[in-house]
Write a protein of this length. Structure first.
Length: 437
């Protein structure tokens, strides 16, 4: 414990700890704030700083190990009677204390701001463990490399840059899955891949602390058979866990839908994941606006479900496909809340209404008339989206159905009901008069 306290005072991260906390809070809150109030999204946001802390921890660990070479006391340390792994562990733990400490501050801040709207629950530990594992792994890499390569200044720089480039290049969720960018309630961290990544980080740490330091100096302390076994086991564990990381599959998986999702009591019913409770009233208001449109052709589904609650595994929202060509049942089409923007919900609401209100009458359409059909369908869908969102402008969406004049559709959606009814009737006529192939 005394050595650990000494290493805490000597660590290069001591004076940079306030900077680390500032970077952590900037990464958590500066990137976006729509995650506030949703526990899994807050957990994923709290994990993001690991992308920056891991390279810093790797560089700091290498700097701490190289201190003995810079001061010319490596031989004295090697001649000490104390077991070398205890010295290495103290250095390694000191670096982790500062990096994981700053990481924890950001996680607690994310939890504090999420409590008011998040309801029952807390940060999901799996996301935090994923980030912590990445930090531990890079710290171990820096410690291990500095144990066998005695360049006191080049090694920290190389280790920090290498960790950053490695994580950026192949650490993405669709690659090695060393981090995630979002935490939708419809997805969870798969415990199998998470365990593989944690095992890799822990085995790297064991190898860095117990094994590789022996390669750089002779000590008075002779390792026992048990210690040799630990070193050999750590080396084997690094290789095996690395294989498991590569072969374990994506770190995120589809979450099983709850038996009782969070739903409104009135009709049409709106159901969301319990963690998305803060969006329920907003989406319910969108559905009520559509239900109140005074046009007799509109048939409302009995219920609208968020993606994943009815068994669908991928988003069925596709504004570029005509409602007539969609094969999904309206009751199974789940809406998706992307980055807190409920405008992304409205295409699914509009598509479900179109499927129910204008059922297919042809398996194939006249190829000479299909463009007119698509144009009319897209314009009605876009009009329904504007009606669903009411006074809220079109935000955060680039592009949309081809050929649609969004400003013109928005203008008609603000016009009187009679004008809107005539505008829609013209397009319904075009749809109904389109001949089959």
């Amino acid at each position: 414990m005394k050595m650990y306290r000494i290493e805490l005072r000597r660590s290069p991260l001591l004076w940079f700890f306030p900077v680390l906390v500032t970077i952590d809070l900037a990464a958590v809150f500066g990137r976006s704030r729509w995650w506030i109030g949703v526990w899994p999204e807050a957990s994923a946001a709290a994990q993001i700083p690991a992308l920056f802390f891991a390279p810093v921890a790797g560089a700091a660990a290498a700097w701490a190990v190289g201190r003995a070479f810079r001061r010319g006391v490596s031989e004295q340390r090697g001649a000490a009677a104390r077991a070398s792994w205890k010295v290495e562990l103290a250095q390694f733990s000191a670096t982790l204390t500062y990096s994981l400490g700053a990481y924890t501050v950001g996680a607690l801040a994310a939890a504090v701001v999420t409590f008011p709207d998040g309801g029952a629950g807390f940060l999901w530990p799996s996301y935090l463990l994923l980030g912590a594992g990445t930090i531990v792994a890079c710290t171990a890499v820096g410690h291990a490399v500095a144990s066998v390569w005695h360049s006191p200044f080049a090694v920290p720089v190389i280790c920090g840059l290498s960790c950053f480039l490695f994580i950026s290049a192949i650490g993405a969720p669709d690659a090695l899955g060393l981090f995630v960018l979002s935490g939708s309630p419809a997805r969870i961290i798969d415990l199998g891949p998470l365990a593989a990544r944690l095992a890799f980080a822990i085995s790297l740490a064991l190898l860095a602390v117990c094994g590789l330091p022996w390669l750089r100096r002779k000590t008075l302390w002779k390792p026992s058979r048990a210690s040799r076994a630990v070193n050999f086991g750590a080396g084997v564990a690094v290789l095996l866990s690395a294989v498991f990381v590569v072969t374990s599959g994506p770190v995120q998986d589809i979450r099983t839908a709850p038996t009782h999702p969070l739903c409104t009591s009135d009709a049409p019913r709106v159901c969301v994941w319990p963690e998305h409770r803060k969006y329920l009233q907003r989406i319910s208001a969108m559905v009520k606006r559509l239900d109140s449109v005074p046009q007799t052709w509109i048939k409302m589904p009995d219920s609208f479900y968020e993606q994943g609650l009815r068994g669908e595994t991928q988003s069925s929202d596709n504004p570029s496909s005509t409602p007539q060509a969609a094969s999904e049942s309206p009751s199974l089409r789940g809406f998706e809340i992307l980055e807190g923007n409920t405008w992304f919900v409205s295409p699914t609401l509009a598509s479900s209404i179109m499927q129910l209100s204008i059922p297919d009458r042809c398996q194939e359409w006249d190829p000479d008339e299909v463009d007119k059909l698509a144009q009319a369908s897209f314009e009605i869908m876009t009009w329904l989206e504007y009606r669903a969102n009411g006074p809220n402008g079109r935000q955060g969406i680039n592009g949309g159905p081809p050929g649609v004049d969004f400003k013109a559709v928005e203008k008609i959606s603000r016009a009187g009901e009679k004008n809107q009814e005539r505008w829609v009737a013209d397009r319904l006529k075009a749809i109904r008069e389109t001949p089959c192939a």
